[in-house]
Design a protein around this ligand. Structure first.
Ligand code: NAP
Length: 255
C-alpha cells in the first residue's frame, strides 16, 4: 500500500503530461506536492485543482536558466520546511537535423542538456546536500527515456544523450548515497500520450503508426502508467531497487 502521508514531494514539470499525472497520484496517496512548472501557469493551476489545491504549492522556474534549479530548491523547501521526494520529470524533446544551421544545433544541444540533465543534477545535489546536513534519508526518481538505452531517431541525438546521462547519474547517486538512506531510481518510458508525443506526431504524420506498430501492447502508454511507477519507486516499498531504472514501454524494447 503506497502511503505518502506526512511526505512532501517536489515534482518538476508537474503542470502537464507525466508530471501532472504524478502530482495527482501522489496527492491522492497523501502527499503534499511542490508543483513546479516552466511557463504554463494555466495548466499548473488545472492540475492543482484536479489534484487538490490545498495539497499543492505552485512554483515557476525556467530550468533552461543556470541558477533556476538552485532557486527552485530553496523556495520549495521553504513551503513546508521539508522535502522527502524529488521527481526530476521536466524535459524537452527538440529536433536538430544533422544538416541544420550551427546556431540551431548548438541551441538545441545546450537547451536539452541544461533542462534534461544539468537541472536534474543540480536538484539532486541540492537535495542530497540538504538530506546529509539534516541526517535524514530521501528518494529521487529521474524520468529518463527508452532512448537512453535504445538511442533515438536521427534528429534527436541530444535528447538520447541527455537521457543516457540521467541513467548514469542515477546509478552514481545510488552507489554513493544508498548507505545513507538516500535512494535514487530511474524510469524509462517509451512513447506516452502527452503533449510531447502528440507534438512529435504532428511534425511527422506517419510517426504514430510506426511507433505503435513496434508496441506489442498495441498503443502508447497513458501518463498514469508512468506516474504509478514513479509513485511505487518513491514510496520506499522497494529501496533495494536503488540505482535501477524501470522500463515502461509496452514491451516495445525489452532490455
Ligand atoms: P510534456 O507534456 O511536454 O510536459 C513537459 C513538462 O516539462 C511541462 O510541465 C513543462 O512545463 C516542463 N518544462 C518544459 N520546458 C521547461 C523549462 N524550460 N523549464 C521548466 N520546465 C519545463 O512532457 P511529458 O511527455 O509529460 O514528459 C515528461 C518527462 O517524460 C520528460 O522528461 C520526457 O523527456 C519524459 N518522456 C516522455 C515521453 C513521451 O513520449 N511523452 C517518453 C519518454 C520520456 P510547462 O507546462 O510550464 O511548459
Amino acid at each position: 500500500m503506497i502511503d505518502f502521508s506526512h511526505k512532501v514531494a517536489l515534482v518538476t514539470g508537474g503542470s502537464r503530461g507525466i508530471g501532472a499525472a504524478t502530482v495527482k497520484a501522489m496527492v491522492s496517496a497523501g502527499a503534499d506536492v511542490v508543483l513546479h512548472y516552466g511557463s504554463n501557469r494555466q495548466a499548473a493551476e488545472k492540475t492543482a485543482d484536479e489534484a487538490g489545491h490545498a495539497h499543492c504549492h505552485l512554483l515557476k522556474a525556467d530550468l533552461n536558466e543556470a541558477e533556476a534549479a538552485g532557486e527552485l530548491w530553496g523556495k520549495a523547501l521553504s513551503w513546508k520546511g521539508q522535502i522527502d521526494i524529488v521527481v526530476n520529470n521536466a524535459g524537452v524533446f527538440e529536433a536538430a537535423e544533422v544538416g541544420c544551421s550551427d546556431s540551431h544545433w548548438r541551441e538545441v544541444w545546450q537547451r536539452t542538456l541544461q533542462i534534461n540533465l544539468i537541472a536534474t543534477a543540480d536538484l539532486c545535489r541540492q537535495a542530497i546536500n540538504h538530506w546529509q546536513e539534516k541526517g535524514v534519508g530521501g528518494s529521487i526518481v529521474n524520468v529518463a527515456s527508452r532512448a537512453a538505452f535504445r538511442g533515438d531517431g536521427p534528429d534527436y541525438w541530444s535528447y538520447a544523450a541527455s537521457k543516457g546521462g540521467m541513467i548514469s547519474l542515477t546509478k552514481t547517486l545510488a552507489r554513493a548515497y544508498s548507505a545513507d538512506g538516500i535512494y535514487t531510481y530511474g524510469v524509462a518510458p517509451g512513447f506516452v500520450s502527452t503533449d510531447m508525443a502528440l507534438e512529435a506526431f504532428e511534425l511527422d504524420p506517419t510517426l504514430r503508426e510506426r511507433v505503435v506498430s513496434e508496441i506489442p501492447m498495441g498503443d502508447i502508454a497513458p501518463p498514469s502508467q508512468i506516474a504509478n511507477t514513479i509513485c511505487f519507486l518513491a514510496s520506499g516499498l522497494a529501496t533495494h531497487a536503488s540505482g535501477q531504472t524501470i522500463d515502461v514501454n509496452g514491451a516495445s524494447y525489452v532490455r
